[in-house]
Design a binder for this molecule. Structure first.
Ligand code: HEM
Length: 487
């Protein structure tokens, strides 16, 4: 009896040791404790901050963890971030049941797929989104319609919650191209979906959270691990997309596709019984889910941050308005063509992106082969966490990264100067497919609203906090704003 007990103990210890063993020449990193490995280091809320601070100082730019049995490499230094984003063997996504359960247990869509499927699907998605407005004149028209609607709303209310102001408006721009539809600000179904999405984004973390580290918890403690919220939000959104797909099927004309859903449905039909086809209804639903979730929060939160910083830095707000008055005047709204002449405004937008850092860590990447980075061994299938924030906060590069100073993007003649370290949308093959849409939407909203209104803190309200809320992406803490018409 005693002998078999000892044998079991030895067996478990050997299995545990084998699972959590660090390979030879693995990057340095925090110590690991029995059973949990280094998991607890990954559960911190604003993970990008210790990554670019204490971990970088203590362990260097490439940090190795073993969390449960998973090998994780945190890329904490700016030069290494740029290198990883451009090396082919780091462009896959991890096999993460926590994430694949949102796409029918398979690697579908754009965000969490890889291999030949991922090469084909984003290419198809982007090509056809371009047909329906991405990067075209019609995109600007869609954005301007939403801006007019937002200006009407602001004029009506004068004092409002700033963070909720943009969620439906920015999503509408994207949704017009995907499903040919837009939603009213008070649409109950859309408000409910966006609220669930908001809770989901805020409850997550760049490290994948406890459910990512211990997949077993998603089954035995679904609420605690965040799995229940993710699956209920996913299932509501899938149902919403399915409804839209059924409506498209009833009304579509194959020779005259209206939006991305129409062309995707046509492609499913064209591929017919081709066993190699990657075009399926589940794939379409997951693409809608990826675009809706990626675009639904990020653009609105970027605009929320921009109002927040304008409240806190009224002198910058005044200077943007001065430039807008000089370049655009007051008789028409700003357009994308004005962009090249609005040097100071462009510098402010870059500085806003730098300080707010909405997506500080990319979704996890995966190494597709055994490889080396900075001389360290990176085993095949390691999960790679890429910290973009490290580029935006590097002391050596920026001098005073903690200061909000748009002038850092201007040369001696006041011309806007692009900085290669400003990669808020990632870089390389996995760069964000919504980059052009997001940049144009944020530019047009920001300039049109600042042309029309002076934004200030409502009397009696406390100074809003610049400390953001954590999550998969980060967001400004709720604050109110008072909008006064400028003319
Ligand atoms: C301010 C707004 C946005 C920011 C800061 C942002 C940032 C990012 C970042 C950092 C990545 C990860 C790149 C990587 O894994 O290395 C990404 C990926 C992605 N983004 Fe965005 N994004 C924004 C808006 C959007 C919008 C509007 C859409 C919808 C069209 C979108 C769709 C996607 C998709 C589908 C991916 C996955 C690409 C892939 O894995 O191949 N994003 N984004």
């Amino acid at each position: 009896m005693f002998f078999s007990f000892v044998l079991w103990i030895i067996f478990f210890y050997v299995v545990y040791y084998w699972l959590t063993m660090k390979p030879k020449n693995f990057p340095p990193g925090p110590p690991h404790v029995p059973v949990f490995g280094s998991t607890f280091y990954l559960l911190r809320k604003h993970l990008h901050i210790p990554m670019a601070g204490e971990w970088l100082q203590k362990y260097g730019p490439v940090v190795g963890f073993v969390a449960a049995s998973r090998k994780i490499i945190a890329i904490c230094g700016p030069r290494e971030v740029l290198e990883v984003l451009h090396r082919d063997e780091f462009q896959a996504r991890p096999v993460f049941s926590f994430f694949h359960d949102r796409s029918f247990g398979k690697k579908l869509g754009v965000f969490f797929s890889d291999g030949p499927y991922w090469v084909e699907q984003p290419r198809f998605t982007l090509r056809h989104l371009r047909d329906f407005g991405f990067g075209k004149r019609s995109m600007e028209e869609f954005i301007m319609e939403e801006i007019e609607d937002t200006i009407k709303e602001i004029t009506k209310t004068e004092i409002m919650q700033a963070t909720g102001l943009f969620t439906i408006a920015t999503l509408n721009v994207l949704w017009r191209m995907i499903a040919g539809a837009r939603y009213a600000r008070d649409d109950a179904e859309m408000l409910m979906l966006l609220e669930k999405l908001r809770l989901l984004f805020r409850s997550g973390s760049a490290g994948g959270g406890i459910g990512g580290a211990f997949p077993i918890l998603t089954k035995i403690a679904p609420v605690f691990s965040g799995y229940a919220l993710m699956m209920s939000t996913t299932s509501d959104l899938q149902e919403f997309f399915r409804k839209s797909i059924r409506e498209h099927e009833k009304t579509m004309d194959e020779n005259n596709a209206r939006d991305l859903i129409d062309v995707y449905l046509r492609e499913i039909k064209l591929q017919g019984n081709n066993p190699a086809s990657t075009f399926t209804e589940e794939g379409l639903i997951t693409i809608c889910l990826d675009l809706f979730t990626a675009g639904g929060e990020t653009m609105a939160m970027s605009l929320g941050f921009s109002l927040l910083y304008m409240l806190v830095h009224p002198n910058v707000q005044k200077a943007v308005q001065k430039e807008l008055d000089a370049v655009v005047g007051r008789d028409r709204r700003p357009t994308l063509q004005d962009r090249a002449s609005l040097h100071y405004t462009e510098a402010v937008l870059s500085e806003l992106i730098r300080v707010s850092s909405v997506a500080p860590v990319t979704p996890p990447h995966r190494a597709t082969q055994d490889t080396k980075l900075n001389g360290y061994f990176i085993p095949k299938d390691s999960m790679i966490m890429v910290n973009l924030y490290s580029l935006f906060q590097d002391q050596e590069h920026w001098g005073d990264p903690e200061v909000f100073r748009p002038e850092r993007f201007l040369d001696a003649d006041g011309n806007y100067v692009k900085d290669d370290w400003m990669i808020p949308f990632g870089a390389g093959k996995r760069v964000c497919i919504g980059e052009v849409l997001a940049r144009n939407t944020v530019f047009l909203f920001f300039t049109s609203l600042l042309q029309a209104f002076w934004f200030s803190l409502p009397e009696g309200d406390p100074e809003p906090s610049l400390v953001p809320l954590p999550g998969f992406t980060i967001a400004p803490a709720p604050f109110r704003v008072k909008a006064t018409k400028r003319f």
